[in-house]
Ligand binder design. Structure first.
Ligand SMILES: O=C(O)CCC(=O)C(=O)O
Length: 262
């Protein structure tokens, strides 16, 4: 469980490091599974994730994104239900029940791994509301300044949907010192192998390139609360899997319930 100080830090900053979640053997198993799922990409007789693509759209500087690896791998299926993680997400959201919205591997290969530009998550998810999702980002390598750690802007989760502004930033280092009446600070967030780091769906964040000789493997698991509803007017890669009508509480086999308060 998170301490009161950690919960307070999350409320103030929009992110917090939750500490160790996986031991070395568990990380090894997930790394092997990640390699296997990439190897098995497109095979008819093997369970597949929802999506596997280069998110950066730059062939020379890829960021490999795999959406819902939990559907292709039992080990990742166990990870999305990890007791510490779901209990801590319940602490941070105050929710009685949690479902998985989706997961995504973000793998930046050694030396060439690309940039994940500044964004807020919730505006990129226009088929669900309210914007209260919290993500658990689990490092499968030691992730630091050298191999493309995430950066966060503290307090930005309280500034609403500002994707219109953030999208206009031409390059990763272009973040200004202020936005409206707020001071903007960019904080690098190194995360050690096996640790979990939490962020709110409105926190401004991104990650720079991996220029090191080490890979940067990580998975973000995006959780939604029991009140999260479907918005049929939006588009998202998970939309074909929604099994409810507009305005109804999100349901479906692809959005498993992973926590219910005893
Ligand atoms: O892994 C990264 O670099 C970024 C991940 C991210 O944007 C997220 O988890 O919302």
């Amino acid at each position: 469980m998170l301490s009161e100080e950690q919960v307070a830090a999350f409320k103030r900053d929009g992110y917090v490091n939750g500490g160790a979640a996986l031991d070395d053997d568990e990380v090894e198993t997930l790394r092997a599974e990640l390699a296997r799922v990439i190897e098995d990409d497109g095979k008819d007789d093997v369970k597949q994730p929802v999506l596997l693509r280069n998110l950066s759209k730059d062939e020379d500087h890829p960021v490999w994104q795999i959406v819902n690896i939990w559907e292709a791998s039992e080990a990742f299926g166990k990870l999305i239900r990890h007791e510490k993680i779901v209990e801590e997400i319940a602490q941070l959201t105050g929710a009685d029940k949690l479902k998985v919205w989706h997961d995504q591997i973000q793998y930046k290969p050694a030396e060439t791994g690309g940039v994940n530009m500044w964004h807020q998550d919730a505006p990129l998810w226009p088929i669900i509301l309210p914007m209260t999702e919290v993500s658990a980002w689990v490092a499968l390598d030691d992730v630091d300044e050298g191999n493309g750690c995430m950066s966060m802007v503290p307090g930005s989760h309280q500034w609403g949907n500002q994707m219109g502004f953030i999208r206009e930033l031409d390059f990763y280092e272009a973040m200004p010192d202020s936005f409206e009446d707020n001071a903007v600070e960019v904080i690098r967030r190194p995360v050690r192998k096996g640790e979990v780091h939490y962020h709110h769906a409105l926190t401004w964040h991104g990650s720079h390139a991996n220029t090191s000789n080490r890979p940067r493997r990580a998975i973000a698991i995006h959780y939604m609360t029991h009140e999260t509803k479907f918005v049929a007017s939006g588009e998202h890669v998970m939309k074909p899997f929604v099994e409810v009508g507009d305005g109804e509480v999100m349901q479906g086999d692809h959005f498993p319930e992973v926590f219910s308060k005893a």
